[in-house]
Design a protein around this ligand. Structure first.
Ligand SMILES: *Cc1c(COP(=O)(O)O)cnc(C)c1O
Length: 442
């Protein structure tokens, strides 16, 4: 990115950047959002999702076998949908009353990886494994391989999977790759938590610790892995596979809302709030839901005030060509899952057309939400995963509903909880104590 030297130059060029550069919390509404019904080209479509789901169904038995904790869901990577009545009434005591129903999609409880990364990560690695087995003649493209077959395991053991991560993507890719018999190198940024690195090592992954942030870790991982002729790099900054894997969560939401007899249409819309790092997981989920519910879905992303990677990319239109460092931010946040400075190129292109808005949130607010959710609903999630919980009050306080002629009482709100189940007890206590002495104004 050609650097503009001082913040004022940026602000002059892009006035919406003013609060972003100052690391102030902001809600930005996307002026370029398109209506899905005005069909416009997207790099993926519903047919890709259907094929993707069929692929995951095909390998569900294998997943259930290697990860017994998924046996109860027959090898499906599945998470519950929880009501948030108590949390919602606590939050409604503040300035903004939350009208409409409020749910939590509990991806913090996803099996094996304990975060939303299980969706994208498992999808991409299984896909690579399938294609490798097919290209080496073990199966035809449309057959299902038996990955536990010794000859296939021997083949996989010659290959190295690489990934750059702030923690959770590394856990997901590391655990499943090692289980399949691949060698796996996880390039971890400086903010990756020690317990995540230890857990990976325990599972047989090779952890490479970087001094720098996510951008540094992913660049090194990409360089070293692609140099290896038997290497495969899971590229969080540009992966359509991860994206498609995340999108399949939409089928689950559809089933769960149907079971609850909650009808979604343009008059009774679904508002979804997702914590956002590079934009892959929130983008994938949004894309999937739009393919099912069209314009009845309104999607909002939440980023830390110090790491608004996707927001900066969209306001400037520079997408992956700009990082938060370019506008003078430090990319330092306790929300390790969101600590990225540059958005995914693949995801940004889609997000630009579909996202309703993005808000930024301070770390102190994340810890407050973490504690409030724990106290009211007895649900523990990690700091990154809490960012969506502030969505309803943010959006209800804005002009968004009146502009779109939406009756607030007819909205179903869905905050996406993205990680937390694997956090050790000691760390949980520390996180919960963090908010004891914080007084946050909302
Ligand atoms: C990775 C992650 C996110 C964000 O996903 P991106 O694909 O980077 O946008 C959100 N929450 C948690 C807990 C994560 O690990």
């Amino acid at each position: 990115m050609q650097a503009l030297s001082n913040p004022n130059e940026w602000i002059e060029k892009y006035p919406a950047l003013r609060p972003v550069i100052k690391a102030q919390p902001v809600l930005w509404l996307n002026p370029d959002k398109k209506r899905v019904s005005d069909s416009f080209p997207l790099p993926l479509g519903k047919a890709d999702m259907e094929k993707g789901q069929a692929f995951m169904d095909q390998y569900a038995l294998y997943i259930a076998k290697i990860f017994p904790e998924t046996a109860a869901t027959h090898g499906q990577i599945f998470s519950p949908l929880s009501t948030l009545d108590k949390f919602s009434s606590l939050r409604s005591r503040g300035v903004h009353k939350i009208s409409g129903r409020f749910f939590l999609k509990c991806d913090h409880a996803l099996p094996v990886a304990g975060s939303i990364k299980a969706r994208g990560g498992f999808f991409e690695v299984l896909h690579f494994a399938h294609q490798l087995a097919a290209s080496e003649g073990f199966i035809h493209e449309n057959e299902t391989a038996d990955f536990s077959q010794p000859e296939i395991k021997a083949l996989f053991s010659r290959y190295t999977i690489g990934v750059g991560s702030t923690g959770n993507l590394g856990l997901s890719i590391g655990i499943i790759s090692a289980k399949l018999g691949f060698r796996v190198n996880v390039y971890m940024s400086h903010d990756a938590k020690e317990w995540k690195k230890n857990l990976l090592r325990k599972n047989g992954a090779h952890v490479i610790e970087e001094e720098g942030d996510f951008g540094v870790a992913i660049a090194k991982g990409r360089k070293e892995t692609t140099r290896n002729p038997l290497g495969y790099f899971v590229d969080d900054e540009n992966s359509s596979r991860l994206f498609l894997g995340y999108s399949l969560a939409a089928y689950e939401v559809q089933k769960q809302l149907n079971q609850l007899k909650i009808n979604i249409d343009e008059e009774h819309p679904l508002f979804v709030y997702s914590p956002c790092g590079v934009g892959g997981s929130p983008g994938g989920v949004m894309f999937g839901l739009k393919m099912i519910y069209g314009d009845a879905v309104h999607s909002f992303f939440a980023e830390p005030t110090h790491s608004p990677a996707v927001l900066t990319g969209l306001i400037t239109g520079l997408k992956e060509k700009i990082s938060v460092h370019d506008i003078g931010l430090d990319n330092l946040t306790e929300a390790d899952g969101l600590a990225v400075g540059r958005p995914s190129a693949f995801a940004s292109e889609i997000i630009k057309k579909l996202v309703s808005g993005i808000y930024t949130i301070e770390d102190s607010a994340l810890f407050q939400l973490l504690k409030e959710l724990n106290d009211t609903e007895q649900i523990f999630i990690e700091p990154s995963a809490t960012a969506g919980l502030m969505g309803p009050e943010q959006v209800l306080a804005s002009t968004y509903l009146s502009k779109n002629k939406i009756d607030p009482s007819k909205v179903t709100h869905l905050a996406w909880s993205t990680g937390g189940d694997l956090v050790p007890e000691k760390t949980r206590k520390q996180f919960l104590q963090r908010s004891d002495h914080i007084q946050v104004k909302f």
